[in-house]
Design a protein around this ligand. Structure first.
Ligand code: CP3
Length: 362
């Protein structure tokens, strides 16, 4: 399901996201939510219980497609995001991913030494991650042009944090020991991951992903020079290696470094089309600093969705005003939606956005 037989791109019923990413005029601000498919939805919990483990769900193309589409059945969203996880790459590299309830992801074989690092290589995405490409193709077929499909990957740095720590971490003790003590070993690992991520995202694009986002969830834990050398440099390498046009359309790239607001100018210079922002950066500031170069995505604090609808609406209005009139804004949360969110509060959020945002696109 790529192009029509005449080679034309499949028409998109709703191309607001692609327009906004290209900073072209739209009738209202497009919106999607990070982690929009997930545990806050009762229908997700039902399919998840059927599937067995979380990775069983990711590996089943039909079920992964079903949960990808669930938020679109409920809400007027402008994009679908592939249901998968950033840790599929290290899993395919043989680190033994598993999920411990309440404790998040873990690896049986973390990489702690230069010798551990030397023992791993980039997986072949088409072969070793074929279940992800099957899910992408299935979702594209079922979406049938309703909205664009976003593919994604973790950044090399963010993947490396899980691979070296062996799971989630608060202090990044092991990976920072490697960064400061054995920087060459870490550079070797990040180089392998940059190759792996480029190959993985290009395979997703060939399978039908129309936009890709790189999640650099832990870039903000680095010093400024370390961010430049150990995170941004590798994302830049990836952006340079991606397929930028497919099915007759540009494939935009969104870079999201959580807590990366202080490095906006450098991120915008990476060659990406858009920068994702968490709530610690003001949209008007970001627009002033880099808005001539890239689109901006964000940045509602997901915790706002715990407040009553009137407060949610006020915060949506504040963010629309902050970006101001004009093009190049994709509305999103500043990080993933919490599993404890009331689905009706998401309705309130989107109702407010759809009512208020047309005034910013005259
Ligand atoms: O956005 C979407 O709807 C697409 C799906 C998606 C998931 N993970 C599904 C998921 C995406 C884009 C991710 C990315 C991801 N995974 C990131 C980067 C984004 C971010 O939030 O910073 C990270 C750091 C991970 C690693 C990971 N996977 C964590 C920390 C967890 C949570 C573990 C837990 O038990 O809370 C996961 C598991 C995971 N990935 C779930 C979902 C819906 C929950 C698993 C379940 O259903 O039991």
């Amino acid at each position: 399901m790529t192009a029509n037989s005449n080679g034309q791109p499949q028409p998109l019923e709703n191309d607001r996201l692609l327009k906004a990413l290209a900073r072209q005029p739209v009738d209202r601000t497009p919106v999607w939510m990070m982690r929009q498919a997930g545990r806050y939805l009762p229908e997700y919990r039902e399919v998840r219980a059927q599937a067995g483990s979380f990775m069983d769900l990711c590996r089943n193309a039909e079920l992964a497609c079903e949960v990808t589409l669930q938020p679109l059945e409920r809400y007027p969203l402008d994009a679908a995001i592939l249901f998968s996880d950033i840790l599929t790459i290290p899993d395919a590299m043989g680190l033994g991913l598993y999920f411990e309830t309440g404790e998040g992801p873990k690896f049986r074989k973390p990489l702690r030494t230069a010798a551990d690092v030397a023992s791993v290589s980039a997986p072949d995405a088409e072969r070793d991650l074929d279940y992800v490409m099957n899910a992408v193709r299935t979702i594209r077929r079922e979406l049938n042009g309703r909205v664009p499909l976003i593919g994604f990957s973790g950044s090399p740095w963010t993947l490396a944090t899980y691979m070296v720590e062996g799971g989630s971490s608060k202090d990044f003790r092991h990976i920072k020991s490697m960064l400061y003590g054995e920087p060459q070993a870490l550079h070797t690992l990040l180089g392998v991951l940059a190759t792996a991520v480029t190959d993985y995202l290009n395979a997703q694009i060939r399978a039908g992903a129309q936009v890709v986002q790189i999640f650099d969830t832990w870039g903000g834990a680095l010093s400024t020079p370390a961010y430049r050398d150990f995170s941004l440099a590798y994302m830049q390498r990836i952006v340079g290696g991606l397929i930028r046009e497919h099915e007759g359309r540009r494939v935009p790239v969104i870079l999201f470094t959580k807590n990366g607001g202080q490095w906006l100018e450098s991120i915008a210079e990476s060659g990406c089309d858009a920068v994702g922002l968490d709530w610690s950066t003001e949209l008007h500031e970001a627009r002033r600093r880099v808005g001539h170069q890239v689109a901006l995505q964000g940045n509602l604090d997901p915790n706002v969705l715990f407040a009553p609808p009137a407060q949610i609406r006020a915060e949506v209005e504040r963010l629309l005003k902050s970006f101001g009139v004009g093009e190049g804004h994709v509305f999103n949360l500043g990080h993933g939606i919490s599993q404890f969110t009331d689905p009706d509060h998401v309705t309130a959020f989107l109702d407010a956005l759809h009512e208020l945002s047309p005034a910013y696109h005259q």
